[in-house]
Design a protein around this ligand. Structure first.
Ligand SMILES: Cc1ncc(COP(=O)(O)O)c(C=O)c1O
Length: 390
């Protein structure tokens, strides 16, 4: 059997505790949801602001679908650009304080779109060692030389960048908020180094959108660094609660990507429902910062309590809450026991995080009530003691 090796690989994953059991959701995704037939507290979605089940967005989707139908059924450059796409791009650009935005089908796609369009084999990329897989893949696709610098270590970045004066172009790329640890890139230092060494600076703001900055405008707004980051990547699948990605920047960057970015040129556009829901989410974010404030209130309360109980939550600075367990099998066991107690939070293991740093990644949302968090804390403490994690 030609594919016989796959059976062995799957067995190996199971033996090492690296096999991911994919659960099925059978309701809307809210603070509580039905998973594998069980009502569970949702501590696992990236639904920071609770938009994934927001009724105003549902209404907006229905309204737009009645007018525009299902989808453009085409690549945008061929015949797929709808006025809705243009409207969302224009509104996102205004929200992010940039000249222009290009929509892609996901955040992953946005990274695959922009990096190979900007650099190639004559160039060098400096990439934080904990950058998201989509950045890593975008870098590989570009064929540029890839130099990894130590996580958040600006001295290491500078030592490395100094040695590459001979390259045509230099690109520094970093997650804004690191997805598995919740820590934040030192944006001012990155801007300074990129300027001193003539490097293009690209930040992936996937977990900053809806979380950092005024009304959730993201990391650049948080550091008041508008106009100082050359390329921003965003996703519409986390705080926006929908799906989609985008690149934000200067008018000529976006014009260029519309000519050169392969996922834009060779893959169809977002559906009407996605685009309408994103427009609805953006309208709510623009009109009020209530949800962002509640998210941070929940973050402060939940994380302080976990630390007081003795859990290791690493160096998070955001609502991403890694509960670091270490051993892969123990993290899987922790997740399983929580599920038995009506809490769904997935264990995150290698290759998503380095071996030996397995964790539960608790994702907090503005729609969690205090009683939800108290129920979670009580259960975490009970199981944490049972498994000798605390
Ligand atoms: C930093 C970062 N970039 C990109 C993505 C991919 O986003 P999407 O789900 O929209 O493809 C993620 C999602 O996990 C992420 O954390």
């Amino acid at each position: 059997m030609k594919l016989g090796f796959i059976v062995e690989e799957l067995e190996k994953l199971k033996n090492e505790g690296l096999y991911v059991n994919i659960r099925t959701i059978e309701s809307e995704v809210s603070s509580w949801f039905i998973v594998d037939n069980k009502k569970c507290l949702n501590l696992t979605s990236n639904n920071y602001l609770g938009f994934a089940s927001e009724k105003k967005l549902v209404e907006k989707v229905i309204e737009y679908i009645k007018i525009y139908g299902i989808s453009p059924a085409a690549v945008r450059t061929i015949s797929g650009t709808m006025s809705l796409h243009v409207e969302l791009e224009r509104k996102l650009a205004k929200f992010k304080h940039v000249e222009d935005v290009i929509l892609l089908q996901s955040g992953f796609m946005a990274n695959l779109a922009v990096i190979p369009a900007i650099v190639s084999s004559e160039d060098v990329i400096f990439s934080d060692e904990l950058n998201h897989a989509s950045i890593i893949d975008g870098c590989r696709l570009s064929k540029a030389e890839i130099v990894r610098y130590r996580h958040l270590d600006m001295n290491d970045l500078e030592d490395k960048i100094k040695k590459y004066s001979n390259k045509r172009r230099k690109l520094i790329v970093s997650d804004g908020v690191f997805s598995m640890d919740g820590d934040i890139a030192p944006l001012n230092e990155l801007i300074d180094i990129s300027n001193r060494y003539g490097a293009i600076l690209m930040i992936d703001d996937a977990h900053g959108e809806g979380v950092l900055g005024r009304n959730g405008r993201g990391i650049v707004d948080h550091f008041d660094a508008h106009g100082k980051v050359d390329i921003e990547v965003g996703t519409l699948s986390k705080a926006f609660g929908v799906v989609g990605g985008f690149v934000a920047g200067s008018r000529f960057l976006i014009e260029y990507l519309k000519q050169r970015a392969r996922p834009f040129l060779f893959s169809s556009a977002l559906t009407v429902a996605d685009t309408a829901a994103n427009l609805g989410a953006l309208e709510i974010m623009e009109s009020s910062d209530e949800r962002v404030k509640k998210l941070w209130e929940n973050k402060n309360y939940f994380q302080n309590q976990l630390v007081n109980m003795g859990f290791n939550i690493g160096s998070t600075k955001t609502p991403i809450t890694p509960v670091i367990v270490g051993e892969e099998k123990k993290a899987q066991e922790f997740s399983k026991k929580l599920f038995e107690n009506n809490i769904f939070v997935q264990a995150i293991v290698y290759p998503t995080v380095p071996k030996g740093t397995a964790r539960l990644r608790v994702m907090l949302s503005a729609i969690h009530k205090k009683e939800d968090l108290d129920f979670a804390l009580e259960t975490f403490e009970k199981i944490g003691k049972e498994l000798a994690i605390i």
